[in-house]
Design a protein around this ligand. Structure first.
Ligand code: SF4
Length: 233
């Protein structure tokens, strides 16, 4: 719907920059930072949605908007669109608690769906274990890794409100590929059936959660070899 540029109380503006579930290369971070310093941008802030918020004058931010893609950033959005995806630190060889990588899945989903028009804002969160550092149960579409290529999917969560709602699980232990199929189906139904400005949890309450479940998506029963266990025996 719109670009995420917001006027602040003191008359300055804040521009939201998005990058791959919050992953920024050291080079891009360094180069953008030098550029902002050169432009005398006073401050940047990390948001709870893993974005980089640049605060400055309207003129400064118009310039930042132009140069940010050159440093690997997209301009944030707000309103009735799919937002940037929140992905936890479950990258290849990273968080010790992860049950499988999830960060790459989050980045794929963001690249595919960021900016798609929806009846209300649509937030996706992906976590590499049930600890859920990215709050997948508060997302419109939440993914929790349960094991090697096994993911649970939840829909209809809502956070950032005095009436939070925990999302409802719609799939157990589905494969990475099927998470993508599941998301496409949920978005197709939501876009088709959701009323204007209706958050998905309300659409679920109105038309039933069954419609959001793709019957072709099946549990991944494949047993994966545990390399550590094999090395141990
Ligand atoms: S959700 Fe789990 S895998 Fe992801 S960062 Fe948190 S503890 Fe690590």
């Amino acid at each position: 719907m719109g670009k995420a540029i917001f006027e602040q109380i003191n008359g300055s503006f804040a521009l939201v920059l998005v990058s791959n579930c919050g992953v920024i290369s050291v080079e891009n971070l360094c180069d953008l930072s030098c550029k902002l310093k050169e432009m005398k941008v006073p401050v940047v802030k990390l948001s709870s949605r893993q974005t980089l918020v640049v605060v400055g004058s309207s003129e400064q931010l118009q310039e930042v908007e132009k140069i940010a893609p050159g440093y690997g950033f997209k301009i944030g959005n707000f309103g009735t669109q799919v937002r940037n995806v929140k992905g936890c630190s479950a990258g290849e060889g990273l968080c010790k608690r992860q049950l499988d990588t999830a960060l790459n899945l989050g980045i794929e989903l963001e690249n595919e769906y960021f900016g798609i028009e929806t009846p209300h804002d649509f937030k996706i969160a992906v976590a590499g274990c049930p600890r859920g550092c990215t709050d997948p149960l508060c997302a419109d579409f939440g993914v929790i890794t349960k094991g090697k290529d096994k993911f649970d999917v939840y829909i209809g969560g809502r956070g950032a409100t005095i009436k939070p709602i925990h999302a409802t699980k719609i799939y157990n232990n589905i494969s990475r590929e099927n998470v993508k199929v599941a998301l496409k189906h949920v978005l197709d139904i939501y876009i088709e059936e959701g009323n204007k400005k209706e958050r998905i949890f309300r659409t679920i309450n109105r038309i039933g959660i069954e419609k959001f479940v793709n019957k072709d998506v099946e549990e991944n029963k494949k047993q994966h070899v545990d390399e550590d266990f094999l090395a141990f025996i």
